[in-house]
Design a protein around this ligand. Structure first.
Ligand SMILES: Nc1ncnc2c1ncn2[C@@H]1O[C@H](COP(=O)(O)OP(=O)(O)OP(=O)(O)O)[C@@H](O)[C@H]1O
Length: 531
C-alpha cells in the first residue's frame, strides 16, 4: 500500500518540482507515473519491505529455495544437453546410414523449362514418367527410360530442387566432405540452378543460408572460410582476387594443387576468407560471380566458359562426434559440354569449348575408374579432377544435378548427358570390403583386369582411344554417321556419349560405330530400354 501511495504522490512531486514549466501539466506527470507503474521490473527491483527480523529470516529461506531451484534447473539442463547431444549423434548416424544406402553419389535430372516467348524450335518429348524415371522419345516408335534418384520436370521450382539437396548440407555440417555439381549441355540451366536469380535464388545461396542457420542452431561453434575459383582453359583462377586489367598491374600468385599424404587436397595461394554469417558469404559469392569468365555463344547469351567452383571450409574443434575436424563442401557449376560443329565456335571460344570438353571427359574417366574400383584412378588428367580428388572418393557425399534440354536439335547432347549421368549413378562408393587386405585386393583387381581385358569397358575405351589416334581425321565423318544412325536406330549410343565428352576432343569422341560394345555397355550400366 505504501508503495502505491508513494507512486501516486510522485505525480504531484514532479509537478511541483517542475511547476515553473507551464507546459508540463499534471496529465504529463500522471502519464510518466503510469509508465513507471507499467514497468514491473522497475517496481519489483525496489525493495519497499520493512527490514524486521522475521521478514529477514523468511527472505533467507526464500533465497535458499531459489538457489535450490536454480541448481535443480542447472542439473536438468546438463542432463538435457547430454540427451540432445546423444540424439544429435544418433540423428547423424541415421542420416549418414540413410545417405549410404541411397549411395554416396546421387544423381538428379532437371529438364529445362521453356520460358514464355522463347523460341525453342521443335520439342522432343522428354518427359518425367514419375519422380525417378524420365522417358526420352528417340524416334517415332523408339523411346528409352532413364532412372535417376530424382527427376525435376520443367515446372519444378528452385525450392523443390533445394529440398532434395538439404541432406547433403547436413552431412557437410557433420564433418563429411561434400560436392554438389551441375552438369549438362551448354544453355540447359546449370547456372540457373546453382546461382539462380535475385527472385529465384539457386542452390549455392540457399545452401549457404541453410548451413549458417543450422550451425547457429547446433550446440557447437563452427569456423567457416569461403573460397571461389574457376578453371579456365585448364588453369586455376582465384575469383576473389582482382585480375590485372593493365599490363603494369601485378599478377596474382599462381594457384597450385597440393595433396597431403592422407589424400587431402589443398590449393596453394587460394584466398580463403573467414566468414561469420550468411550475408558475408553471399557478398563474397556475388563478388566472385562478377569475375567469372562468360561470353555469348550461339547456344547461350551468357555462357560460362569455365568450371566455377565455390568452397566452404567448415571447422569445429569441440565436436568429437563429427567425421573430421575440418571438412569442405564444394559447389561446382561445370562448363557446358558443347559440340563445336553445332556451336560453330572458333578462336578463343573454340579453345574454351575444347578445354571444357577435355576436363568433362577426364571427369568421366575418373568416375568410370571409381565405378570399377580400379586400383588406378586417373585424377591427374585434369585440374578439375585433381581439385575434386578428396570429394569424389569414399567418405564423401556427391550430388550431381544433370541438366537436359527438351529441344529436338539437342537430342544428341541429351542422350550424351543422360548416358553419362546413368553411368555416374551406378557408382556406390564406400562399399569396398575392408576385411580383405589391400595387397590381396590389389592382386585380385589385377587378376580381374587381366582376365577381363578383352571384354571390359576399360579395354573398350582404350581401343576407341587407339582408333581415334589412328582415325583422327575421320572422327567428324564417324560422328556424323553416328548421329545419322542414332536418329535412325534411336537406341544406340556412341562412345563419346557414354564418356560425356564433346566433339572438340578427338580422343573422347569415340571411333567407329560399335553396336555390340554399346549394347554390352548398356547391360553394365543397367539402363532400361523401351521399344
Ligand atoms: N528452369 C529454368 N527456369 C527459368 N529459366 C531458366 C531455367 N533454366 C535456364 N533458364 C534460363 O536459360 C538461360 C540459360 O541458362 P544458364 O545460363 O543457366 O545455362 P548454363 O547451362 O549455365 O549454360 P552454360 O553452360 O553455357 O553456362 C538463362 O537465361 C536462364 O535464366
Amino acid at each position: 500500500m505504501e508503495t502505491r501511495k508513494s507512486v501516486h504522490k510522485l505525480a504531484e512531486t514532479i509537478h511541483s518540482l517542475l511547476g515553473w514549466k507551464s507546459h508540463l501539466t499534471s496529465n504529463w506527470a500522471k502519464s510518466v507515473c503510469n509508465i513507471m507503474k507499467s514497468v514491473p521490473s522497475e517496481e519489483s527491483s525496489i525493495d519497499f519491505r520493512p527490514t524486521n527480523v522475521a521478514t529477514k529470516k523468511s527472505t533467507e529461506k526464500e533465497d535458499d529455495e531459489l538457489r535450490n531451484a536454480i541448481s535443480k534447473i542447472e542439473d536438468e539442463l546438463v542432463t538435457l544437453t547430454a540427451y540432445i547431444n546423444q540424439l544429435n549423434t544418433q540423428r547423424k548416424q541415421v542420416l549418414n546410414e540413410f545417405m549410404d544406402l541411397r549411395g554416396n553419389i546421387r544423381v538428379f535430372c532437371r529438364i529445362r523449362s521453356i520460358a514464355t516467348g522463347e523460341n525453342f524450335g521443335r520439342l522432343r518429348p522428354i518427359a518425367a514418367q514419375d519422380s525417378s524415371n524420365v522417358l526420352l522419345k528417340l524416334a517415332e516408335n523408339k523411346s528409352k527410360t532413364y532412372s535417376f534418384d530424382k527427376i525435376f520436370h520443367p515446372g519444378s521450382s528452385q525450392d523443390e530442387v533445394f529440398a532434395e539437396i538439404e541432406p547433403v548440407i547436413k552431412s557437410a555440417l557433420d564433418g563429411y566432405n561434400a560436392c554438389i555439381f551441375a552438369y549438362g549441355q551448354t544453355g540447359t540451366g546449370k547456372s540457373f540452378t546453382m546461382e539462380g536469380t535475385p527472385h529465384y535464388p539457386g542452390v549455392v545461396p540457399r545452401a549457404m543460408e541453410a548451413i549458417f542457420k543450422q550451425a547457429v542452431d547446433s550446440n557447437h561453434v563452427f569456423i567457416f572460410s569461403f573460397s571461389m575459383l574457376e578453371i579456365y582453359l585448364g588453369k586455376l583462377k582465384d575469383l576473389l582476387v582482382p585480375q590485372p586489367t593493365k599490363a603494369m598491374d601485378p599478377m596474382p600468385p599462381c594457384l597450385s594443387i597440393q595433396t597431403d599424404p592422407k589424400g587431402g587436397v589443398e590449393i596453394d595461394n587460394l584466398l580463403a576468407i573467414r566468414v561469420t554469417d550468411f550475408n558475408q558469404a553471399l557478398r563474397l559469392y556475388r563478388l566472385g560471380c562478377r569475375f567469372r569468365s562468360t561470353a555469348s555463344t550461339n547456344s547461350n547469351l551468357t555462357s560460362s566458359r569455365s568450371h566455377c567452383m565455390i568452397r566452404l571450409s567448415i571447422t569445429c574443434f569441440d565436436a568429437p562426434e563429427r567425421r573430421r575436424e575440418t571438412n569442405k563442401i564444394w559447389f561446382i557449376d561445370l562448363g557446358g559440354s558443347e559440340r563445336v560443329l553445332k556451336t560453330k565456335a572458333s578462336g578463343r571460344r573454340l579453345d574454351e569449348g575444347k578445354a571444357i570438353n577435355l576436363s568433362l571427359s577426364a571427369l568421366g574417366d575418373v568416375i568410370h575408374a571409381l565405378q570399377k574400383k580400379n586400383f588406378h584412378v586417373p585424377y591427374r588428367n585434369s585440374k578439375l579432377t585433381q581439385v575434386l580428388r578428396d570429394s569424389l572418393g569414399e567418405d564423401s557425399k556427391t550430388l550431381m544435378l544433370v541438366h537436359v534440354s527438351p529441344k529436338e536439335e539437342d537430342l544428341c547432347e541429351t542422350v550424351c548427358t543422360l548416358n553419362f549421368a546413368t553411368r555416374v549413378r551406378s557408382i556406390h562408393l564406400g562399399n569396398t570390403d575392408t576385411t580383405i587386405p589391400p595387397k590381396i585386393q590389389l592382386c585380385a583387381s589385377f587378376i580381374a583386369y587381366v582376365i577381363s581385358t578383352p571384354l571390359t569397358l576399360d579395354s573398350e575405351d582404350s581401343f576407341f582411344h587407339l582408333l581415334n589416334f589412328r582415325n583422327g581425321r575421320n572422327y567428324r565423318k564417324n560422328y556424323k554417321k553416328e548421329m545419322h544412325e542414332r536418329s535412325e536406330c534411336g537406341d544406340w549410343a556412341p562412345t563419346p556419349e557414354v564418356l560425356g565428352g564433346g566433339t572438340a576432343n578427338p580422343s573422347a569422341l569415340g571411333g567407329k560405330w560399335q553396336p555390340k560394345l554399346v549394347l554390352r555397355r548398356r547391360a553394365v550400366t543397367g539402363e532400361k530400354r523401351e521399344e
